[in-house]
Design a protein around this ligand. Structure first.
Ligand SMILES: Nc1ncnc2c1ncn2[C@@H]1O[C@H](COP(=O)(O)OP(=O)(O)OP(=O)(O)O)[C@@H](O)[C@H]1O
Length: 259
């Protein structure tokens, strides 16, 4: 998906991103359901290559905001702009069950090198040999890897991720988090990650935004080791004291009492 104009939200693809430029800007985004405001004026900028996590309580409007930014909500108002190419990964894999894995990844691609691009993307998510499998033959984690490959094959400047690992078991989720860190280090895409999971936000993000009362109520830079700018740097760990302190601060802010 490329950032494009949708009724109510103006968005224009204006070419590839160059270093340091904002890959996403949103200004004054509002959305109400049945007269009840859910987004009440959101301003947001994501720099090229930056990973931003969007945290907030259940029903705070995280998925609504992501859908607006993805150009999937015609009713929202405000301005959004994506520079370059954006791709979305949802909590459910959304693969077409009647198409083989490779054809799902290739969906909508044109040009002479589709097959090799698809093979490369599947290899990058560890599924080089599942090209001809049907979605029903995959585990939940594998299906979600295919969904990531389908996004990756578009060489996105920005990934919009809506609870992408939320339906996976804890071990698979950890594997997917480290896959995302590695892919980000290799490809340098920016990402907006909607998550319920404070630890996931701290492991992956450069910056955390707290959505509350329809606005970005707080912005917290994650001042820990880089979350994967380079594949060989040690990954962040929940064992680090600074990590624990930030986790506690976020849980307090979300109203989760200390154990
Ligand atoms: N299509 C819709 N019609 C009516 N109300 C909606 C619709 N989509 C979302 N809402 C309402 O908007 C509010 C925000 O929903 P949203 O799914 O964006 O929250 P969320 O922060 O992603 O929640 P969760 O963390 O539980 O997924 C909720 O009160 C929800 O009921």
């Amino acid at each position: 998906m490329t950032g494009g104009a949708e009724a109510g939200v103006t968005g224009t693809a204006v070419g590839r991103v160059t270093g340091g430029a904002a890959v996403l800007t949103a200004h004054g985004v509002r959305r109400a359901f049945d007269g009840r405001p859910v987004l009440a004026g959101i301003d947001l900028t994501i720099a090229a290559g930056e990973v931003v996590a969007l945290l907030g309580g259940s029903g705070s409007g995280k998925s609504t905001l992501l859908r607006v930014l993805a150009g999937l909500d015609a009713e929202a108002t405000g301005r959004t702009r994506v520079r370059g190419t954006a791709a979305v990964v949802f909590q459910e894999h959304r693969l077409l069950p009647w198409k083989r894995v490779g054809d799902n990844v290739a969906l909508g691609l044109t040009g002479p090198h589709v097959r090799s691009r698809v093979d490369r993307a599947l290899t990058e998510v560890g599924l080089a040999d599942r090209h001809r499998a049907w979605p029903a033959e995959l585990s939940g984690g594998q299906a979600q890897r295919v969904a990531v490959a389908r996004a990756l094959v578009r060489e996105p400047d920005l990934l919009l991720l809506d609870e992408p690992f939320g339906a996976l078991d804890a071990l698979t989720r950890l594997r997917m988090q480290s896959l995302l860190r590695r892919l980000r280090a290799e490809h340098g895409f920016a990402a907006l990650l909607v998550t319920h999971d404070v630890e996931e936000a701290l492991l992956l993000a450069d910056r955390i935004l707290l959505l509350d009362g329809g606005v970005i109520a707080e912005e917290i830079p994650v001042d820990l080791d880089p979350a994967g700018r380079s594949a060989d740097r040690p990954a962040r760990s929940p064992d680090q004291p600074a990590f624990g302190a930030l986790r506690r601060r976020l849980l307090d802010r979300l109203g989760v009492p200390a154990a």
